[in-house]
Design a protein around this ligand. Structure first.
Ligand code: NAP
Ligand code: ZN
Ligand code: ZN
Length: 362
């Protein structure tokens, strides 16, 4: 019989008890960890987490590959579940609704970025994990856990008609790829390259295809060729195939680089036409080098992008529900999280691990 998670709220202080998995040091396995969340404030909702996606950023952070991780860290920012409590001023949700939480749980709400719906650009963004938590001090804890307390403005609505587990990765992988595709007006008549077919990459292929672009996938993994086409690619090139790469040189309008490891970006810049743009969303641990000549002579544009604002994330979730776009997932119990980390690093996941939080038990 499948177990379900329960959320216990202490009546005296309103403190919410949570259980999950945490990394306690950069090089040790994640392990069970119990902790407390802040009481549900007037503008907060309490979400019982049902599923949480495993993003490569969780791995970078758990292992302090970007440095600055504060331990223990509970990763997870592709959170979906059900509202079980609402604060008295909450208007967007009621108990029983589905809800999601992505990479942010708060921001200043007053600066130009926040007012423009770009909370991810605010200097006071509170990230879902490993971020100073303004309300009670200490650091935020993410979604590899039984529940989360969050300001309703940072919770997203999820259609009751979609499969909840496959919607989880949209909260990070979905918005991180949707936002630059929209900003660069990807659509019919455009030739688009997606570099790396992992969690972000496979969402980028599905989204760019659904927007009507001609999509070519560039992968280091010959074993992913068939999948790339099934996911919506018109063409697939294994990047070690020099002749294949040469055939696409200077042919693309737009390239999205989703690679998690250090790699040579000039190879992919050279795929752009005159004036074409390449956007980097992958966050390897070492800086990239770039040949200025490739940018200067060809007027190529090199840009970056980080997730997307709350309004755009809701727009993306609604777009995905309306257009039948969701993630290809491998559902795992939380007890297999360390194996999932290892397999993700090897590129051995089709195409996103999602943790079934009922495996936490009571
Ligand atoms: P992922 O599932 O592990 O996918 C990364 C893919 O990169 C792999 O599947 C692999 O695809 C390719 N790759 C791996 N090593 C490579 C290498 N040495 N050379 C070339 N390609 C290689 O990771 P993810 O969750 O999609 O995240 C990707 C990156 O984006 C991470 O660095 C993550 O931290 C970052 N990220 C950024 C944002 C943002 O807002 N900008 C948001 C989320 C994540 P192939 O097998 O097809 O080659
Ligand atoms: Zn992420
Ligand atoms: Zn702000």
């Amino acid at each position: 019989m499948q177990q379900t998670t329960t959320t216990t709220v202490s009546r005296e202080e309103g403190i919410v008890h949570s259980k999950g998995y945490a990394a306690k040091e950069p090089k040790t396995a994640l392990e069970p960890f119990e902790f407390e969340r802040r009481p549900v404030g007037d503008n907060d909702v309490l979400i019982n987490i049902k599923y949480c996606g495993v993003c490569h950023s969780d791995i970078h952070t758990a292992r302090s590959e970007w440095r600055g991780t504060k331990y223990p860290v509970v990763p997870g920012h592709e959170i979906v579940g059900e509202i079980v409590q609402v604060g008295k001023s909450v208007s967007k949700f009621k108990v029983g609704d589905r809800a999601g939480v992505g990479c942010m749980v708060d921001s200043c709400k007053k600066c130009d970025h926040c007012l423009a719906g770009q909370e991810e650009q605010c200097s006071r963004t509170v990230w879902t994990y490993n971020s100073p938590e303004g309300h009670i001090g200490g650091n935020t804890y993410g979604g590899y856990s039984s529940n989360i307390v969050v300001d309703e403005n940072f919770a997203l609505r999820i259609s009751p008609d979609v499969d909840l587990a496959s919607a989880a990765p949209l909260l990070c992988a979905g918005i991180t790829t949707y936002s630059p595709l929209r900003r660069w007006k990807v659509g019919p008549g455009m030739k688009v390259g997606i570099v790396g077919l992992g969690g972000l990459g496979h969402m980028a292929v599905k989204l760019a295809h659904s927007m009507g672009a001609h999509v070519t996938v560039f992968t280091t993994s010959p074993s992913k060729k068939e999948d790339a086409r099934r996911l919506g690619a018109d063409d697939v090139v294994v990047s070690s195939d020099k002749a294949g790469m040469d055939m696409h040189a200077a042919k693309l309008d737009f390239v999205l680089d989703t690679v998690s490891a250090n790699h040579d970006i000039d190879t992919y810049l050279s795929l752009l036409k005159h004036g074409g743009a390449m956007v980097i969303v992958g966050l390897p641990t070492s800086p990239h080098t770039v040949a200025a000549e490739s940018l200067v002579h060809w007027r190529r544009i090199l840009a970056g992008s980080v997730i997307g604002g709350i309004k755009e994330t809701q727009e993306m979730l609604d777009y995905c529900a309306q257009n039948g776009v969701s993630s290809d997932i491998e559902l795992i119990p939380i007890q297999r999280i360390n194996e999932a980390f290892e397999r993700t690093v090897k590129g051995d996941v089709k195409y996103r691990f999602v943790i079934d939080m009922s495996s936490l038990g009571k």
